[in-house]
Design a protein around this ligand. Structure first.
Ligand code: FAD
Ligand code: MG
Length: 339
């Protein structure tokens, strides 16, 4: 009799232990279009709360429409650009974004620069890529030189919340917007104790949060830049972090037998051409992972590896000749086959 009771008690303790000492988490999935790309959520939730994935979509959508979009009239970026040439009082979150990005601009000697919006507009690879243009004509050199002269973070003054852009200097947050969205999503999740784990991707940027119900590491695939449908390998992630990838295969237009991709080198005014096919960054902040993936793509392997480490981040480069180069910390996360 006594041994039956003991056995029952052991069973209860084992069940509680295996279920994480609480009710089993339920997986919720949702896919939306945000910032011109797919946002995919997988959330592990304890108890009933079907609203969270919808709320996460809502906050990302609002971030795009009210704050980040250069296309939506009335967003803060749109208003800043429409007042280019005069002073503008920005919100605290805009001040934070600009100050953060300027740090990366300075450290990368301008390879990363969100104030080259006019150059980005001139190339307009986004719309050519969406339309799969085959006869793309690059802008003329004089127009490129003019955009380079008026754009760039050197043509921007920021004093507390007072921002002033030189005339024709435009803000384009395309290289950090998805990472900023992931930072806001993580802050939201931290206020929701019922969320035990989450992975959220917006295009090539991913947030990994909390733990999986079976406590196994998160496994994040890295796209093979030579075959967009395949995977080069996987990152085995055990703690909260942000993973961003920039590549020449993401958005491009074809013309004159050439491929023109969307990541521009402010040193030349042309698509970056430093022998890199893709860069994946792992950081502690979303905006930083996104900024560094773009910066490292422009800088190339040698300077890019140094820059990533300077910002406490890990980097994996795939070069145009098929080599894979990584920081030391990335080597301990990278697996060629699925763990
Ligand atoms: P990343 O390397 O992260 O960024 C490349 C992008 O950053 C370029 O497209 C350009 O915008 C900019 N850039 C280029 N060179 C540099 C540089 N040296 N330094 C800094 N920045 C640089 N796309 C659509 O097709 N339709 C939309 O409606 C749309 N809306 C968007 C709304 C928001 C708020 C954001 C953030 C993006 C949106 N996009 C949209 C996508 C956007 O235009 C970019 O193409 C996309 O963000 C590129 O991301 P990536 O990860 O491929 O490349
Ligand atoms: Mg980026």
């Amino acid at each position: 009799m006594k041994s039956k009771k003991t056995l029952g008690l052991i069973c209860v303790i084992l069940t509680l232990f295996l279920s994480g000492c609480g009710p089993q988490s339920k997986a919720e999935h949702r896919t939306d279009v945000v910032m011109g790309t797919l946002m995919q959520q997988t959330l592990y939730i304890q108890g009933e709360n079907d609203n969270i994935t919808r709320e996460i979509f809502g906050l990302s959508d609002e971030l795009e429409k009210d704050f980040l979009s250069k296309r939506v009239e009335g967003s803060e970026v749109f208003l800043i650009n429409s007042r280019s040439g005069s002073a503008f009082r920005v919100s605290d979150r805009m001040k934070e974004m600009i100050n953060n990005c300027m740090q990366v601009s300075e450290a990368s000697e301008g390879a990363f620069d969100i104030f080259h919006g006019r150059l980005v507009q001139l190339w307009d690879i986004d719309s050519a890529a969406t339309k799969e243009v085959q006869d793309y004509k690059p802008p003329v050199k004089t127009a490129i030189d003019e955009a380079l002269k008026t754009g760039g973070y050197q043509n921007v003054q920021m004093q507390e919340n007072a921002l002033s852009l030189q005339e024709f200097c435009l803000l384009d947050p395309g290289a950090v917007g998805k990472g900023i969205a992931l930072d806001e999503i993580a802050a939201y999740l931290r206020d929701k104790p019922e969320i035990t784990g989450a992975s959220v991707s917006v295009g090539g940027s991913v947030l990994v949060y909390g733990i999986k119900p079976d406590k196994s590491p998160w496994c994040i695939g890295i796209t093979d830049p030579f075959n967009k449908k395949g995977q080069l390998g996987f990152l085995e992630i055990k703690e909260e972090c942000y993973i961003a990838t920039s590549g020449d295969y993401e958005r491009f237009a074809m013309g004159n037998g050439k491929v023109y991709h969307h990541i521009l080198d402010p040193a030349t005014g042309y698509p970056a051409d430093n022998g890199v096919k893709s860069v994946t960054i792992v950081s502690r902040e979303g905006w930083l992972s996104d900024a560094l993936s773009t910066a490292c793509f422009v800088l190339g392997t040698e300077k890019g590896l140094v820059l990533a480490e300077e910002f406490g981040s890990e980097a994996l480069f795939v070069t145009a000749d098929g080599q894979i180069l990584m920081t030391e910390g990335m080597k301990s996360l990278f697996r060629q086959t699925k763990p």
